[in-house]
Write a protein that binds this ligand. Structure first.
Ligand SMILES: Nc1ncnc2c1ncn2[C@@H]1O[C@H](COP(=O)(O)OP(=O)(O)OP(=O)(O)O)[C@@H](O)[C@H]1O
Ligand SMILES: [Mg+2]
Length: 257
């Protein structure tokens, strides 16, 4: 059985009023994600690939229970997540390059704060902090104000914080965005290690090489809809992800890139 699945997710956003539109006219809506049904196994890295505006972030935010789908359901271990959202959220680590940390505090203070938010055991939190700080080379900067850190280091702090509570499912929106080649490599290795220890990793990207390198399966999202889903090997057989993507993209009218 899939550890996590989505059934027909849909999310729309209201569009701003156009010039000359009557004051009380019904707002037009933009469909960000439509009829999205996915299912994931433990120990896999699944990539959602799509151009800007395809709906990747919206889809991942729904799966992470940060926003509610308008239609559709999400099942964790066969149960509708709405039945016990608090328990579900403890299993999820969500990272985005847009995560804002309070610059006044240090990584050390912020980690402790997050650990308390997740009601972690104090000893366990301390051990996990050392492991993650070591892993992402944060130790040296742990007592500096976050404001004083470089963008990449801030991002590595966000990463460590999103993993503080030892989630089983790790969701990364554009995981290597803003990181240099060394830091990207570290993050990639980290994702592969998560997979090895049987975690489920979901990520979004528009970088073909990253998806091909890391993901076991890749879903192509265009205009909020899943247009194709296959294993990395299958894409390779069909001439590579880039070729398959552009063939699909052209077929769909190609006005989204
Ligand atoms: N809060 C919001 N309010 C209004 N429209 C939104 C909101 N969030 C997303 N959208 C719109 O929904 C669509 C999908 O956006 P989304 O951010 O999910 O795409 P994406 O695939 O993550 O794109 P990117 O590669 O640029 O990150 C876009 O047209 C976007 O403008
Ligand atoms: Mg996005």
């Amino acid at each position: 059985m899939a550890i996590l699945s989505t059934d027909n997710l849909r999310k729309t956003f209201s569009l701003p009023k156009e010039k000359g539109e009557p004051l009380f006219a019904k707002r037009k809506r933009l469909v960000a994600v439509n009829q999205l049904s996915l299912s994931f196994e433990e120990g896999e890295i699944y990539g959602l690939l799509g151009p800007n505006g395809a709906g990747k972030t919206t889809a991942l935010r729904m799966i992470a229970s940060l926003i509610k789908p308008e239609e559709g359901k999400i099942f964790y271990q066969g149960e509708d997540i709405e039945k016990n959202l608090t328990a579900y959220r403890k299993e999820i680590g969500f990272l985005t390059s847009e995560l804002k940390l309070d610059g006044f505090f240090t990584p050390n203070q912020t980690f402790d704060y997050f650990a308390r938010l997740y009601a972690m055991d104090e000893k366990e939190a301390k051990e996990e902090k050392e492991i993650l700080f070591e892993r992402f080379h944060i130790s040296e900067y742990r007592n500096k104000k976050i404001d004083e850190l470089s963008t990449g280091m801030k991002q590595k702090c966000s990463l460590a914080l999103s993993l503080a509570h030892k989630p089983k499912i790790v969701i990364f929106d554009e995981p290597t965005n803003g990181l240099d080649i060394v830091a990207s490599q570290e993050v990639e290795q980290f994702l592969l290690d998560l997979k090895k220890s049987n975690h489920l990793v979901l990520l979004s990207t528009h970088i073909f090489s990253l998806a091909e390198k890391l993901c076991d399966r890749i879903g192509i999202l265009l205009h909020g809809e899943l247009k194709k889903e296959d294993t990395k090997e299958k894409y390779k057989e069909e001439g590579g992800l880039e070729k398959v993507f552009f063939a699909l993209y052209e077929k769909e009218g190609g006005d989204n890139l």
